[in-house]
Design a binder for this molecule. Sequence first.
Ligand SMILES: CC(C)(COP(=O)(O)OP(=O)(O)OC[C@H]1O[C@@H](n2cnc3c(N)ncnc32)[C@H](O)[C@@H]1OP(=O)(O)O)[C@@H](O)C(=O)NCCC(=O)NCCS
Length: 299
Amino acid sequence: MPLVVRPASAGELARAEELVTSSINDLTVRHGFGPIATSRSPDFQVFCLQDDPRGVWLAEENGEIVGFALSWVCGRLWFLAELFVAPGRQGQGIGNELLDRTMQHASESGATEKSLITFAFNVVSQGLYVRHGLFPRVPIHLCSAERESLVPHVQDSALRATPIQSTAADLEMLRQLDVATLGVSREKHHRYLLRDPRMKGVFLEDGGERVGYAYIAATGHIGPLAVMHAHAMPEAFRAALAMAVAGNAKKISVFVPGMSEALAIAASHSMRFALPMVLMSTRDYGDWTRYLPRNPGFM
Ligand SMILES: CC(C)(COP(=O)(O)OP(=O)(O)OC[C@H]1O[C@@H](n2cnc3c(N)ncnc32)[C@H](O)[C@@H]1OP(=O)(O)O)[C@@H](O)C(=O)NCCC(=O)NCCS
């Protein structure tokens, strides 16, 4: 059967994620980073499909998934969360086809800005995206450390952490923080995170004023994290680190943009730079001194 590019259904997402895992590991092994991805339940992918199926595409051949793409839209921002082609089928135009379909999602939904986060060492993906008008703008490092090794570095924070609730008032505060840092509201994504029992979402308060928010996963991963003003980032990041270290995960990890003061703190706490990524976009948007993405797909 010839190659077919078609919308994906929810029942296919677990198989699509297996392809994503093998494609990531093939790439990272080739570049000396070892296999970094493990199979995970496609929870965010299912959420995105139910929210807006126009962004979820797969390429199939002889009943086998050989490519997968997923994009989401918030307001004027279209974000490519995933684009992966099976290792043996790369360089044959499949990625290009999938990208064209997901980009139709941008025009259909009226999004005017396009963005994604890709591997800084993948010249193929960057070449493909540049041809579609997205340019490399912000270096991002995945930083990680054993939790035990961070214990001596963390101190009590001057910021108070209070749980985020799914109330209208809390969602409005999150909206203000996201509009200030990213230019768009991500209410649906906060609702998704707040439903996840493995995620802890908190507002960070300075003398009763909410200066930012942070999410800490039971796995020890920090992010997303946002602050209203750049000067609050160091203390907000230290507070998030302290919360993560207080948990019982083996490792602590976080994606940190190159211009964020959090990167110097991560390095001074002996966190290792585990994977260099780069944010690409059609034009400058967002203040990356004030926002730590959750991961390359969620942003
Ligand atoms: C990135 C990926 C999705 C692209 O899919 P693909 O099917 O291999 O890509 P295509 O064959 O459609 O297109 C590749 C393009 O990269 C271009 N390219 C390849 N090497 C390049 C280089 N060194 N410099 C610039 N451009 C390059 C090719 O010219 C081609 O563009 P063209 O067809 O317009 O000439 C796929 O290679 C993949 O899954 N890679 C591993 C995982 C990954 O990095 N995914 C991206 C995550 S955001």
